[in-house]
Write a protein that binds this ligand. Sequence first.
Ligand SMILES: Cc1cc2nc3c(=O)[nH]c(=O)nc-3n(C[C@H](O)[C@H](O)[C@H](O)COP(=O)(O)OP(=O)(O)OC[C@H]3O[C@@H](n4cnc5c(N)ncnc54)[C@H](O)[C@@H]3O)c2cc1C
Length: 507
Amino acid sequence: MSAFEPQPQTLLDVIIVGAGLSGIGAAVRLQQECPDKSFTLLEARDAIGGTWDLFRYPGIRSDSDMYTLSYDFKPWTNDKAIADGADIRTYINDTADQYQVRQHIRLGHRVIKADWSSEQACWTVEVAHTDSDGSPKTSTLHGRFLYLCSGYYSYEEAYRPDFPEEDSFKGRIVHPQFWPEDLDYRNQQVVVIGSGATAITLIPAMAKEAAHVTMLQRSPTYVVNRPLRDKLALAMQRIMPAKAAHSLTRWKHILLGIFYYRLAKRRPQMMKKRLVQMAAAELGPEVDTRHFTPDYNPWDQRICVAPDGDLFKDIRQGRASVVTEHIERFTADGIQLKNGDILPADLIVIATGLKLNMLGDIQMQVDGQPINPADTMAYKGMMLSGVPNCAMAFGYVNSSWTLKADLTAGYVCRLLRYLDEQKLAVAIPERDPDVAEEPFLSFTSGYVQRASKVLPKQGDRVPWQVYQNYLQDRKIMRNSPIDDGVLRFDPAPGKAPARADAGGGSA
Ligand SMILES: Cc1cc2nc3c(=O)[nH]c(=O)nc-3n(C[C@H](O)[C@H](O)[C@H](O)COP(=O)(O)OP(=O)(O)OC[C@H]3O[C@@H](n4cnc5c(N)ncnc54)[C@H](O)[C@@H]3O)c2cc1C
C-alpha cells in the first residue's frame, strides 16, 4: 500500500477505481499523456490484477490472444498467444512496476460511495479500508474526475442457480470463482455444469488428473481450435524489435477478429455450418456433433476457444465427455437428468458464470440524486448521460477487453487536456430525447440478459452507439472533436477544495 494518504480536503485530479488490466493501463496513460495530473488508484482487494488475480481454477487462461489483451505500450513477449492466468497476472504486476504506477495504488481500499457536487465541481468519495491496527475505517477523498475501472462483475458473488436437492449430494460442490486451494480431484468422477469459457478451460485441465470429466450443458456453445502459439508472431519477435513485432501481431489479430465477426454477422448460416464442420473434424466420427451445434448464430454469444484443440482431444480420447440435457435433481452420488439418466460424480463444479454489476457496486449520486446506471445512456460506451466528470472502462465482448479500455483511457486524457486548454472544469454527456434506446450489449447470453437491469442503454446513433468494433471506435475516440455538441461543459465554480500536486502518489 502506498504511504500516500491525502489530506481530506485535498483535491485530486483523478480518482481511478480498480487495479485490474483497465485500471493499471489507465494510470500509465494518465502519467504519459497528462503528466501534471495528480491521481490515486483505489483497489478493494489486497492485490492488483483484478480478474487475473481472483480466478485460480485449474487451467485459468485467456480466451483472447494476448497480443490484443495486452497493452499496446508493453509488448507481450511470452511465447504463448493464449496465456495462463499466472502469466497475465505477472504481466500486469510488471507493468505497474515498470511504469511507476504501484506507488499510486492503495490496496484494501473499497470505494463505497461517490457524490458529485455541482457547487464544488468535484466528487466526494467514501472509501472503506482498515486502519493500521486492523480496525475498519472509512475515509473521504475528493476528486475532479472519477474513472471507474472496476470491471463488470461482482467479486463477492457468482451467478449460481439452485438445483433441486443439492443437499443430498455427498461429494463436494465448488464454483470456479471461489476455487478451494486444497481441492484434490485426482482419480475422481467430475461433473462440470456449464458450457461457457470457464467450463471449456477447466475441463482439459482437470482431465489430466481426474478419473473422468463430464461437461453437462443445457445448450451447446461454439468452440473453435486456435493455436496456443502464434508462429508468425514468434518469428517476428526473433527478427525485429519487440515493439514493432508486437504492433504488427496486434494489428493482425485486430483485423482478423473484425473480419471473422463481420463475416459471422453477414453470413451466419455459412459461418455456423463451417464452425460445426470444424468441430466435427476435431471430434471424429464417434462423438455426436449436436453437442457443439448451438441453436443461435455465431457471435450472438461469445465463441469459445480450445487452444491446440485441447478439449476436443480429451473428448476424442475418452478423458472427457459432453452431455446436453437438463438437470432433474442432485442425488447422493451424482446428478439425475430429465431424461432419466444418472451422471455419477464425486465432485460437481458449477461453472454457471458471473453476476454482472456496474460501477463497482458504488452508491453514486449527482447533487443528491442517486444514479441508477440502467436509467442512463452510455456516451461512446464510456460515460453515462447526466453523470459529470466520470468515465468507465467497459471493454469489447467480441474481441479483447483491453482494446476498448485503452481507447477509453486515451479519450479520458484528451478530455482532461481539453478542459484545461479551454479553462473548463466539467464535462457532462447530455441525453438527447430523440435518440432511441437500445440494449447496451446485443449478446443473447444468459449473463447479459440477466444484467439488463443494471446495464446502461446505448443509443441508435453516434456518439451514443456502442460499437463492438475497434476501427470505428478508434476513429471516434481518438479523432472526433471533444466538443461535439453532446457533451456540455461548465467552468470551475468558486468553492473547491485545494488541489493536490501532480503525481499525487508521493507523500
Ligand atoms: C475467467 C475470465 C476470463 C476472461 N478472459 C478474457 C479474455 O480472454 N479476453 C478478454 O478480453 N476478456 C476476458 N475476460 C474479461 C476480463 O475481465 C477482462 O479482460 C479484464 O481482465 C477486465 O479488466 P478490468 O480491469 O476492467 O476489470 P477486473 O479485472 O474485473 O478488475 C476490476 C478491479 O476493480 C476492483 N474493484 C471493483 N469494485 C471496486 C470498488 N468499489 N472499490 C475499489 N476497487 C474495486 C476489483 O477488486 C478488481 O481488482 C475474462 C473474464 C473472466 C472472469
